[in-house]
Design a protein around this ligand. Structure first.
Ligand code: BQF
Length: 284
């Protein structure tokens, strides 16, 4: 039987530490700190995520600025808003909730966010810094996964790490962060020949594919650390991960639940990046 990694508890302690540090910097240095969140259209899941970000800002003591734009917003209007926020001193972090409606170009939108305010770390400049291992911001979900692995006390160096999924937002940067910690990293994807066989090699397994219950107990090595990044909404409205929890928890030493695992950590890491962005004002 495995130990369940409590992402809610770890995220609460991260946010508490941020709140304390921010309070101190407000008092001693007069620091202000704010996050701007842009949402275009009314995707229900996106609305929940934006609300979670706003609540986390309140918990940490950040100002939050929410821009809820209609689904018909033009690219030019969106870029005008981003440009305005890039030049607003009260705004330290800017994020545009993805996915965007189809008529908007996500790449162009991301490229227009000032890299210094890019708290999602999606701008090519920040992505490049992650590759080199010299970064201001880490992408929130992979950073949250690293914190959860750290919370188990399990060492990464020298371990077999398998990442299932190769997205730019999770899989690819996740592999890079594990590599920076000297893991031996394999990335699996839809063309991988024998997924079960590769997964069974993993001491640390991170699933980020978006296929409900893809990873089952018989694909997991006894004693592995299993991190489930999946956020799949089933027809019955229930959230479900990429890992079949019942069977996987028979094999894993540590496992994250969905919900209450990686999700809350993603939000906590966004708060951490926002504090980093705000603190960078103190240096110049
Ligand atoms: C929890 C996200 C897919 C695509 C775009 C807490 C969140 C989720 C779950 C949350 C996510 C997922 C976010 C839980 C933000 C994580 O208790 O398990 C928080 O708000 N997330 C996002 O902004 O965009 C996404 C997943």
């Amino acid at each position: 039987m495995s130990k369940i990694i409590d992402g809610k508890a770890v995220s609460a302690s991260v946010k508490e530490a941020i709140r304390t540090e921010l309070e101190e910097l407000k008092a001693t240095k007069g620091l202000t700190a704010g996050l701007a969140v842009i949402i275009v259209g009314d995707d229900p899941a996106s609305k929940v995520y934006v609300r979670n970000k706003k609540l986390a800002c309140e918990a940490c003591g950040f100002e939050s600025f929410e821009y809820a734009l209609s689904a018909e917003t033009t690219q030019e209007e969106l870029l005008d808003l981003i440009n305005k926020l890039n030049n607003d001193d009260r705004v330290d972090g800017i994020l545009c909730q993805l996915p965007l409606p189809k008529h908007l170009d996500e790449k162009v939108v991301i490229n227009n966010i000032s890299p210094a305010k890019d708290v999602d770390a999606f701008h090519p400049e920040n992505v490049g810094q992650i590759m080199i291992g010299d970064y201001k911001f880490l992408p929130c979900t992979p950073a949250g996964v690293m914190e959860l692995i750290a919370s188990t006390g399990v060492e990464i160096a020298g371990k077999e790490c398998v990442v299932v999924g190769r997205s730019n937002i999770v899989g690819k940067p996740m592999a890079m962060l594990l590599l920076h910690k000297s893991g031996t990293v394999t990335i699996c994807h839809s063309k991988t020949k024998d997924l079960a066989e590769v997964c069974r090699r993993a001491d640390i397994l991170v699933a980020a594919v978006g296929v409900p219950n893809l990873i089952k107990g018989d694909m997991i090595k006894e004693g592995a650390v299993v991190i489930d990044v999946g956020m799949n909404r089933l027809d019955n409205g229930k959230l479900c991960g990429d890992v079949e929890f019942e069977t996987a928890s028979e094999k894993a030493s540590y496992i994250t639940p969905v919900p209450g695992g990686v999700g809350p950590m993603t939000i906590a890491m966004l708060m951490k990046n926002t504090l980093t962005a705000a603190k960078s004002k103190l240096k110049d």
